[in-house]
Write a protein that binds this ligand. Structure first.
Ligand code: SF4
Length: 396
């Protein structure tokens, strides 16, 4: 059973207080909000969700708490996990295993992984072998999003996963349970979308680093508590007394799974960029419109995955090329440039970059490629690269 690491933190009202709270929650690898939720509700369970997209509604509808297990950032040292993986594997895979081996996520009852890449697949197997008491499942997403069979398959896959979660929770899960969870997460995603729209129009009002911590904190606390914080942030951001600065307007792409350190995001902004849009934590704000509330909620989730979800480096949608989508987004946001910010050794992101680079050159969109890893502490090199890039654009 979990023990509370601290009293559930009460918040002064006010935007700055909420943003500071979310930053603390996002960086605390003791998971205080989850630990408190578990301690206050003995018998309830928490399930870890590896990136990128996890159908959190299935977990929530079963009465359990979905928790974003998205690596350790630069908050933990890798002391044990290196011995389980090759040196050329991305950081998130190692730091997620390190969280397990150091018992930091011992409070979890299960972990869900997904078919995004070979390292993620291997990590699921390594978890199953190293933590035999943990419930581990692996969701296979369809590759063909156009065929009706792909959606039918995914609805059946969700049904299989739901049966497992229901057994673990020790209770049946009804369509009403699922629709209530879908409605709650729709509300959260809608507010997050509104915040992104607001930031794209007035990027001086809320930074990308603040938005990142705000979204990340939402993966680490009960959604019922989180939605109130989000609503307050959305109400207060437009009144913030902040003046615009002379910066270039960029789109950041390529960090859909492993997350860059928040100090790196701040460094990009301080080097002279307004980040209008990004794919940080994309899996937690996955749908472009609400998931419909209908008699068959699993079908609604499967259809939404195929037809109403954001493009991503690990979703293969042949209806629009990834590069065409990126350029269309850059034009729609009136961006001056694109920064490709990719995790070191992330093959999906690096494959995409080859396509992006040609398409951005052909479309005359200035671009910069940066690589990061979780254990980065010093960002001088990245920052000076961005400063040079910004100066070349401002003074050309
Ligand atoms: S960072 Fe890239 S390679 Fe690593 S698990 Fe995520 S998608 Fe796979």
């Amino acid at each position: 059973m979990a023990t509370p690491t601290q009293e559930a933190r009460t918040l002064d009202s006010g935007l700055d207080s909420i943003l500071s709270f979310c930053r603390d929650v996002a960086q605390d690898m003791e998971f205080p909000e989850v630990q408190n939720w578990l301690a206050q509700q003995p018998g309830r369970k928490a399930i870890g969700c590896f990136p990128i997209y996890c159908p959190v509604e299935l977990i929530h509808a079963a009465g359990m708490l979905p928790v974003g297990v998205i690596g350790g950032g630069n908050e933990i040292e890798i002391a044990h996990a290196d011995s389980r993986f090759q040196s050329f594997v991305c950081s998130i895979v190692k730091s997620t295993l390190e969280l397990g081996l150091t018992k930091r996520i011992e409070f979890l009852d299960g972990m869900l992984f997904h078919s995004i890449c070979d390292p993620a697949r291997n990590l699921a197997s390594v978890f199953a072998r190293n933590f035999p008491k943990l419930y581990v499942d692996y969701i296979h997403f369809p590759q063909n999003l156009v065929s009706p069979l792909g959606k039918q398959y995914l609805a059946r896959e969700y049904h299989r996963v739901l049966e497992g979660l229901s057994r673990l929770a020790g209770r049946p899960v009804t369509s009403d349970d699922l629709n209530a969870s879908i409605a709650l997460y729709n509300r959260i995603r809608r507010i997050q979308e509104e915040l992104y729209t607001l930031r794209a129009a007035s990027p001086h009002l809320i930074s990308a680093a603040e938005t990142f911590s705000l979204i990340r904190a939402g993966t680490l606390m009960p959604p019922e508590r989180y939605v109130g914080l989000l609503e307050q942030v959305l109400a207060e951001v437009p009144q913030r007394p902040v003046r615009p600065k002379d910066r270039i307007r960029v789109i950041v792409e390529g960090s859909f799974c492993e997350m860059p350190p928040v100090a790196l995001i701040e460094g990009l902004e301080e080097a002279g960029c307004y980040i209008l849009d990004d794919d940080f934590l994309r899996g937690w704000r996955w749908f472009t419109t609400d998931v419909p509330i209908q008699d068959d909620p699993l079908e609604a989730l499967a259809d939404s995955y195929a037809d109403r979800s954001y493009f991503s480096g690990v979703k293969h949608d042949l209806r629009e090329s990834k590069s065409a989508h990126l350029i269309r987004n850059a034009h729609a946001r009136k961006a001056d440039a694109v920064i490709i910010l990719a995790a070191k050794f992330c093959e999906p992101a690096l494959f995409d970059y080859a396509l992006y680079r040609k398409a951005l050159d052909d479309a005359n969109v200035p671009h910069l490629f940066l690589e990061f890893e979780e254990k980065m502490w010093i960002f001088d090199r990245a920052r000076s690269q961005v400063e040079t890039f910004v100066e070349s654009m401002l003074f050309e």
